[in-house]
Design a protein around this ligand. Sequence first.
Ligand SMILES: CCCCC/C=C\C/C=C\C/C=C\C/C=C\CCCC(=O)SCCNC(=O)CCNC(=O)[C@H](O)C(C)(C)COP(=O)(O)OP(=O)(O)OC[C@H]1O[C@@H](n2cnc3c(N)ncnc32)[C@H](O)[C@@H]1OP(=O)(O)O
Length: 225
Amino acid sequence: MTDSIAHQQQLYVADGLSDEEIAQQADLYGPLTDSVRELIEIALLTEVDDPEVRAAMEHIESAKQLLRKQMIPGPYGVRWGASGQKRAWGNAAAGLRNAIAPPLVIDCDPDGRASTDFHLGSAYEGPAGLTHGGVSALVLDQVLGAAAEAGGAPGMTGTLTLRYRRPTPLGALHAEARIDRLEGVKTIVVGHLAGPDGVCVEAEGVFILPRWVRDRNSATVSDPV
Ligand SMILES: CCCCC/C=C\C/C=C\C/C=C\C/C=C\CCCC(=O)SCCNC(=O)CCNC(=O)[C@H](O)C(C)(C)COP(=O)(O)OP(=O)(O)OC[C@H]1O[C@@H](n2cnc3c(N)ncnc32)[C@H](O)[C@@H]1OP(=O)(O)O
């Protein structure tokens, strides 16, 4: 096994937290993340002058010092609590603790569907006033991956194919995906990202459970008890 695979495995952790403990953490760190997300937008758009900018930077520096006192070594990884509740709180698209994430709150259906209504502010701009194409890819990767997982056929993204049909505005958006078919170890998922005027980006993704997970799963099934 390579070091890289061993490192990935260590970041999938069953930490046994109760649902109550998870809710407490979400109540504590969720608003912190929201506040930092707001700060990103304000820092991008503010037009205050030198003294206010310097004063604000001092406040931010104090906040950084407070928060830095106790930290996980990072990255956050993916964790499961005692009831099986999954926390991918560091996820760049949907992580509850990641201020870079829009964040996406994705509704999943066990028949292999996923959808989300979300909002992209000024921090996600690419072309003037429009969503950055890489951000659209981020969103679609996540929503297509969630559909694969919801349908019981999860995987890492092997290939993601996008067609940008019309410019994607900033603001209120919708994305959805469904499993199209299974081909051996590959899950093929299709979906799109839409704005108020209709579909902006179409996507097809091939999701593959990595070989190390497949090997582990088949070993578990065939191991003598
Ligand atoms: C407690 C443990 C839990 C473990 C969970 C593990 C994984 C996570 C699983 C699910 C995640 C759930 C939700 C995800 C949510 C959001 C989505 C975000 C997704 C991402 O942000 S993810 C980051 C970007 N992603 C990568 O960083 C991938 C890097 N890459 C690799 O990790 C490998 O490359 C991999 C795994 C892709 C394949 O590796 P492998 O060794 O399993 O592949 P192998 O050779 O066995 O091929 C088997 C069959 O796939 C075909 N095939 C191979 N590669 C292909 C490709 N690229 N495209 C199309 N088809 C491909 C072959 O042609 C063959 O096809 P055929 O069977 O028809 O011959």
